[in-house]
Design a binder for this molecule. Structure first.
Ligand code: SIN
Ligand code: FE2
Length: 206
């Protein structure tokens, strides 16, 4: 999608929202989170098929998925059983700057994409409160992001998310289908080993 095309109502794109120094600080903070709450391989409900991203969370609640209990939020890491670490203040500050919502985020999902990872088209709909937006922060390698409509078969459009970009899915776009088609390995020098980190901030309860 050409960046000049108007985005659908409620989808707000902030290219280059974070400068390099801010991005580096966020990566350090994500490393601290991962030290306490290690990345793990999530699996799809029912089939148990592994997803290609690795995941963890910070915040009072974390989004998890497994074979038997499916998609849900819970207060503890599925492997360590410990509470998720707090959302680092600089990450919370991004929500404060762009979410236009009266309450803080409760969940920050951390997705790590290796060079072959992707994420199929899906809706974020495990929350109780759809009036709050979803705020997505990209760090590291560029990806090709796809956004569609409110039905899976609706037409989609794709655009690149680069390191430091922030995307908000709110209002009429809160429940739009979206996914990540691919990474562009080597497109960023932010992560020494390459790959991409996506931070997704969400409000779960009204
Ligand atoms: C997601 O929708 O959970 C992740 C989106 C992204 O990685 O940009
Ligand atoms: Fe999502």
């Amino acid at each position: 999608m050409a960046k000049t095309n108007p985005l659908p109502e409620g989808l707000r794109f902030y290219p280059g929202f974070l400068d390099r120094q801010q991005q580096e600080r966020l990566v350090d903070q994500v490393r601290d989170v991962v030290t306490v709450a290690p990345l793990y391989v999530p699996v799809m409900p029912k089939t148990g098929a592994p997803m290609s991203v690795r995941m963890t969370n910070c915040g009072p609640l974390g989004w998890v998925t497994d074979k038997d209990r499916g998609y849900r939020y819970q207060a503890t890491h599925p492997l360590t059983g410990k509470p998720w670490p707090d959302i680092p203040s600089e990450i919370g500050a991004i929500w404060d700057a762009v979410a236009d919502y009266c309450k803080p985020p409760e969940a920050c999902l951390v997705n790590f994409y290796g060079e072959d990872a992707k994420m199929g088209l899906h809706q974020d709909r495990d929350e109780q409160d759809f009036s709050a937006p979803v705020v997505s922060i990209s760090l590291g390698d560029t990806c090709l992001f796809r956004v569609g409509g409110l039905h899976r078969k609706d037409p989609t459009r794709s655009f690149r998310l680069e390191s430091g970009d922030v995307l908000v899915l709110g209002g009429e776009s809160r429940l739009r289908f979206h996914g990540v088609d691919r990474l562009y390995p080597g497109s960023s020098t932010l992560l020494r080993q390459g790959g991409r980190i996506n931070l997704t901030l969400r409000r779960v309860n009204p």
